[in-house]
Design a protein around this ligand. Structure first.
Ligand code: ADP
Length: 304
């Protein structure tokens, strides 16, 4: 029996249906998306827990009900009486999606405010998954608390996996984002960045430069996604290799491509796959996710 803890913000998702006056309501968020696909990829001998903070209101309860229905563990979700969950609204115009967010006062910003609760959530887990978005939404004090908790978890033999998921709009300024992302990488065994973001915000000339930078900051392993391009990784001997991803039939909506890739990759590695095979598994799952609309695609995990 193994246990995975995914830490971050899940939001309510409102999307237009095409019928005036009606909306779809769902739940999504980068670390939740990965937890969802991990839950669906892994067998019953794995427990997948989500760690966040929500409110005590009806909408927060809906999110809890959703997570429970998906068999995602909710025991370590804090419920704060004076807060509620963040929301986003998707506008569809000529097939293009645009997003409006209400998340500046969301309960999830307090997810690391109780270090004892954080330690309890991580206690006995095998793998902790988090992202640059998890870190972005916190106060400086809570960023340090979360980094410390994960560092202690790693010290006890836990595996820390980090997706930088660079979102400059969530940070005070790009310089602050770069500094914190590197502190996060330093306590992470595995970093799963996406090259396009890294090139934009760190000026990396190629995926190899991204790998070298994160290794220099203290990450032990780095796998760099790159849209439809090759995935680049450093092997245990430090040698940098690339892996072609299987062709994708149709790209409908790239939402959660990276999040689902990470889940497919991790599930394969936890089952004993090599890095190259785990990359193929991640890319297969991502291909199924981007072949349909929305972040959470129920039938994306298919037997290989
Ligand atoms: P993110 O969604 O985090 O920006 P990427 O765009 O790099 O991440 O995509 C993550 C993974 O999703 C890729 O490694 C690939 O497997 C798959 N993917 C994304 N876009 C495409 C595409 N246009 N064609 C094929 N696969 C894609």
């Amino acid at each position: 029996m193994g246990r995975i803890v995914s830490i971050g913000e899940c939001m309510g998702e409102l999307s237009e249906t095409g019928t005036p006056g009606t909306l779809n309501m769902g739940f999504a968020g980068d670390t939740l998306n990965t937890a969802y696909y991990l839950r669906r990829s892994l067998g019953p001998d794995w427990q997948v827990d989500y760690v966040t903070a929500i409110g005590t209101d009806g909408l927060s309860q809906r999110m809890l009900d959703f997570l429970k229905a998906e068999d995602i563990g909710t025991h370590h979700i804090a419920q704060l009486a004076d807060k509620t969950i963040g929301l986003y609204y998707i506008t569809l115009k000529d097939g293009e999606r645009s997003f409006t967010y209400w998340r500046s006062d969301s309960a999830a910003k307090k997810l690391a405010s109780d270090p004892a609760a954080l330690a309890r959530a991580l206690d006995g887990a095998d793998l902790a998954y988090w992202s640059g978005i998890t870190l972005a939404i916190l106060s400086n004090q809570d960023r340090l608390a979360l980094i410390e908790a994960l560092s202690q978890f790693a010290g006890r033999g836990g595996t820390v996996v980090f997706d930088p998921n660079l979102r400059p709009r969530l940070w005070d300024n790009p310089e602050s984002m770069r500094g914190w992302i590197h502190r996060a990488a330093a306590v992470s065994d595995l970093c799963l960045p996406s090259f396009e973001d890294e090139a934009t915000w760190f000026d990396d000339a190629d995926p190899e430069a991204t790998i070298k930078r994160y290794l220099a900051e203290g990450a032990r392993r780095v796998v760099v996604k790159n849209g439809a391009g090759y995935v680049t990784f450093a092997g245990s001997n430090g040698e940098i290799s690339t892996s072609a991803i299987p062709p994708v039939e149709q790209v409908v909506d790239t939402t959660a491509a990276g999040d689902s890739f990470n889940a497919g990759y991790l599930a394969a590695e936890l089952a004993g796959a090599s890095v190259a095979d785990a990359i193929t598994a991640g890319a297969r799952l991502a291909a199924n996710v981007i072949g349909a609309r929305g972040a959470l695609v129920p039938d994306a995990v298919r037997p290989s």
